[in-house]
Ligand binder design. Structure first.
Ligand SMILES: [Zn+2]
Length: 97
């Protein structure tokens, strides 16, 4: 099981909502959401942008969100540049483990 840490917030309203959701049994996270959402005629794409789309991995928070979204049927793509050592096609999160 991935380590989970409840988000900190100085916003009292956000604090109340987080507490209520936790009491209802939800895990709550603010960090780690994909950088971009793109949509077209009902199609949605969620994209995490990295300096190198091949060798830069998701942070633990990003991976947690990607796993949650995947469970909900939404795929997070990894895109961006390529470093000096890498070349090739876009690598998708979750492919090949
Ligand atoms: Zn690279």
């Amino acid at each position: 099981m991935r380590a989970y840490r409840e988000p900190r917030t100085s916003n009292v309203y956000e604090r109340e909502v987080i507490d209520r959701l936790r009491d209802e049994g939800f895990r709550v996270q603010k960090r780690g959401w994909p950088d971009l959402i793109a949509w077209r005629d009902g199609e949605i794409r969620l994209v995490e942008v990295k300096p190198c789309r091949r060798c830069r991995k998701l942070t633990p928070a990003q991976q947690t969100v990607a796993d949650v979204l995947e469970t909900a049927g939404l795929h997070v793509e990894l895109d961006g540049g390529l470093c000096d050592w890498c070349s090739g096609e876009v690598q998708s999160v979750g492919e090949g483990g």
